[in-house]
Design a protein around this ligand. Structure first.
Ligand SMILES: [Zn+2]
Length: 208
């Protein structure tokens, strides 16, 4: 194994080993082919057919023919042959090891993933992502739910406290207003201006 250059683990398919000029030539050839035969018609041709065409190109190249891009043509045929081989292997043991699956299995998996994604949540308490078992769950765990309930209860208590405080303030204001009203009423009774009345009253009080 090569010495590790960067703090990352090796991939089992390191793309650094690909020859990108070859890959580019293959892509160019495939583009030209797609223009000639649109709709990926090569997928209707069995793997063995692609293999014999690939061999034909390689054989011609071996015979010294350079009138065509035989190696690239063979490369494209090999890709097609492999793709068709993979399709024909669907569901077999060999195929499973290659990470492929039956279309039915794939559909089921997608449906399951979609269902899961619908139930994918972010816990409103701790912010952790989780998959809920029901459509209503908002918390990832019992602890988070309890914590949220506790906080909500505390919030309710504080709200009630604030309400009571506000109510007291309103009453105090009303009382003050009522007192003022009484003073004004008494002043008018005494046929005095409010200012004069208060002055007279405070003089009376200081005398007393
Ligand atoms: Zn949580």
């Amino acid at each position: 194994m090569a010495e590790q250059m960067y703090p990352q683990s090796a991939e089992k398919n390191e793309y650094r080993y690909l020859d990108f000029r070859w890959l580019d030539e293959v892509a160019t050839g495939l583009t030209a082919g797609a223009e000639k035969h649109p709709g990926e018609t090569w997928r209707d041709i069995p793997a063995t057919e692609h293999v014999v065409r690939a061999l034909r190109h390689l054989s011609m190249w071996m015979a010294g023919d350079r009138s065509d891009n035989h190696i690239i043509n063979a490369s494209m045929r090999c890709m097609m042959a492999r793709a068709m081989e993979r399709v024909s292997q669907v569901g077999t043991g060999e195929n499973k090891s290659a990470g492929e699956e039956k279309p039915v299995q794939r559909k089921r998996k997608i449906a399951a993933a979609e269902k899961k994604s619908k139930q994918a949540r972010v816990c409103t308490e701790c912010g952790k992502a989780f998959v809920s078992i029901s459509s209503r769950t908002r918390y990832c765990s019992l602890e988070c739910r309890k914590a949220a309930q506790k906080r909500a209860a505390r919030g309710y208590y504080e709200q009630q406290k604030a309400k009571k405080k506000d109510a007291k303030k309103v009453i105090a204001k009303k009382e003050k207003g009522a007192n003022l009203d009484a003073v004004v009423a008494a002043a008018s009774e005494a046929e005095m201006s409010y200012g004069k009345f208060v002055a007279a009253r405070s003089a009376k009080l200081s005398r007393a």
